[in-house]
Structures are given as structure tokens and as C-alpha cells.
Design a protein around this ligand. Structure first.
Ligand SMILES: Nc1ncnc2c1ncn2[C@@H]1O[C@H](COP(=O)(O)OP(=O)(O)O)[C@@H](O)[C@H]1O
Ligand SMILES: [Mg+2]
Length: 253
């Protein structure tokens, strides 16, 4: 069975893309076949695999508008076992262009049906907003992984996100669950990091991954080389921590 996961948090800069890209790369290393869907007009996950996003003519945007079919926009094996549906800034217009289109929250879900059996995992990198793009990811997904940055105000907006997940579950996708919460940019030496973890634990005791992703400079360098951490620095703490997260995710499958 294919597991479909949306990586979501409407806050920007919390580690969604870093988690999507490197979780995909580490699952791929374990031999799993992964399709990454870049659902953010910023296209950072796309460039993270050395794809020139501006040059792409068949992207998630064209797929959403019904101009192409799903097989036209999948870039196969950008690294071994990882394929990607790319995005670029054009996707920002989709929100408006889809106004009035029937069942616009289900466009990706319907398209994915044709190819989902080719993959063990389909992972969405969501934009920092609770919009039609995020809803498309959430109607398609079985579950949501929420990255939380261990910083001041980390919990702000978390209850909105949980409310959204529950609303989608009630009205659009009864299958949808909160898969897990992963702490990113964790620094165990700071009281603040520990406090954020304790606070979230109180609310979601059984949803927290053992693995905490530490702040690691190699993780922040890798995107500018267009590489996931497994390629850029496979022995780094960042790579090891995402491998450990991938094992946990795969064990819960
Ligand atoms: N564990 C980490 N250690 C160091 N830098 C990180 C880590 N996770 C993310 N970053 C950096 O933080 C910034 C925001 O991360 P990103 O994954 O792009 O967040 P989002 O997709 O939620 O906006 C990026 O510059 C990224 O390289
Ligand atoms: Mg991002």
C-alpha cells in the first residue's frame, strides 16, 4: 500500500522543505520508491534536486489546470528512487485560477490515482498557508507530518493547523490523520528547545517522533548545492538524524 503524507505547517521557515526533501532521500536510501510533490510556489524542494524550476514547462500548475496529465509532469529518478512533480512561481496563480472550478480540492487526488501504485511513499511539501494547494495535499494524503521549529512562538498557529486537519477529515477526507510531529532545529542545550518539546508533549503525547532534528549547518548548506543531505554530506549529523526519522516513519507505515 502506498503511504501518502503531507508535510504541513502554515508557518514559514520551520523545516517543512528540509524535512520533505531529506525524508524522501532517506526513505529512498532504504529502497523505498518515493514521489515528492512540490506544492509550494517557492519551488524550494524542486531546486533542492538540482532542477532548474524556471525552465520546467510541465509542473504541478499545469496539472492543476488540467492542461497535462500526471505522467507528463513527473521527473523520474532525480536521485535513485526519488521522482518529483516540480513547481515554480506560476503555481502562485493557481489559487485564483481555480476559483469556481468544481471539486478543486480533489484535483491532485484524482490524478494521483493513475500512478500511486508505482510508489511506496508520496510526500507533499506544502506551502506556508492553509489554502487550496494545502487542501489538495490533505485530501490526497493518509496523514500529516507537522515539523515544529524549537523556537519562541513555535506553538502559535498549531491549533489552527489541527483544526484544519480535523475539518478536512470531517468534510473532505475521512482517512486523514495526524501522523506525527517532528521537532526541527533542535538544540538540547537551550531551555527554550526543551520547553517547546515539553509543551507539545503535553498536548500530543503519542504523536511525537523520538528523533529530533538538530540544528546542523550541513542541512542548511545542502540546498544551495541542489542536493539532499544524503548526497551532500551523507555522514553528517543532519543525514543521520533524517535517516533515523525515516526509519520511524517507515516503522509506522
Ligand atoms: N535542522 C536544520 N539545521 C539548520 N538549518 C535548517 C534546519 N532545518 C531547516 N534549516 C534551514 O532553515 C531554513 C528554513 O527551512 P525550510 O525547510 O525551508 O522551511 P519551510 O519549508 O518550512 O519554510 C532554510 O534555510 C533551511 O536550510
Ligand atoms: Mg518550504
Amino acid at each position: 500500500m502506498t503511504k501518502i503524507i503531507a508535510i504541513a505547517n502554515q508557518k514559514g521557515g520551520v523545516g517543512k522543505t528540509t524535512t520533505t526533501v531529506n525524508l524522501a532521500a532517506c526513505l529512498a536510501e532504504m529502497g523505498r520508491k518515493v514521489l515528492l510533490i512540490d506544492t509550494d510556489p517557492q519551488g524550494n524542494a524542486t531546486t533542492n534536486f538540482s532542477i532548474n524550476k524556471v525552465e520546467q514547462e510541465n509542473t504541478l500548475y499545469e496539472l492543476l489546470l488540467g492542461e497535462i496529465s500526471v505522467n507528463d509532469c513527473i521527473l523520474k529518478d532525480v536521485i535513485p528512487n526519488v521522482s518529483i512533480i516540480p513547481s515554480n512561481v506560476n503555481l502562485a496563480a493557481a489559487e485564483i485560477e481555480l476559483i469556481g472550478i468544481e471539486e478543486k480540492e480533489f484535483i491532485i487526488k484524482k490524478e494521483i490515482e493513475f500512478i500511486k501504485d508505482d510508489y511506496d511513499y508520496i510526500i507533499f511539501d506544502c506551502p506556508p498557508a492553509l489554502n487550496t494547494l494545502t487542501l489538495n495535499a490533505m485530501t490526497t494524503a493518509n496523514s500529516v507530518i507537522v515539523p515544529i521549529q524549537c523556537e519562541y512562538l513555535a506553538l502559535e498557529g498549531l491549533s489552527d493547523l489541527i483544526t484544519t486537519i480535523n475539518l478536512v477529515k470531517e468534510r473532505l477526507n475521512p482517512e486523514l490523520d495526524l501522523e506525527g510531529i517532528v521537532f526541527t532545529m533542535y538544540d538540547g542545550r537551550t531551555v527554550l528547545s526543551q520547553q517547546v518539546v515539553e509543551n507539545v508533549k503535553e498536548h500530543f503525547p503519542d504523536k511525537i517522533y523520538e528523533t529530533k532534528i538538530p540544528r546542523n549547518v550541513r542541512l542548511s548548506e545542502a540546498p544551495s548545492f541542489g542536493q539532499p543531505i544524503t548526497v551532500y554530506d551523507p555522514k553528517s549529523t543532519g543525514a543521520e538524524s533524517y535517516r533515523s526519522l525515516a526509519k520511524e516513519v517507515d516503522a509506522r507505515k
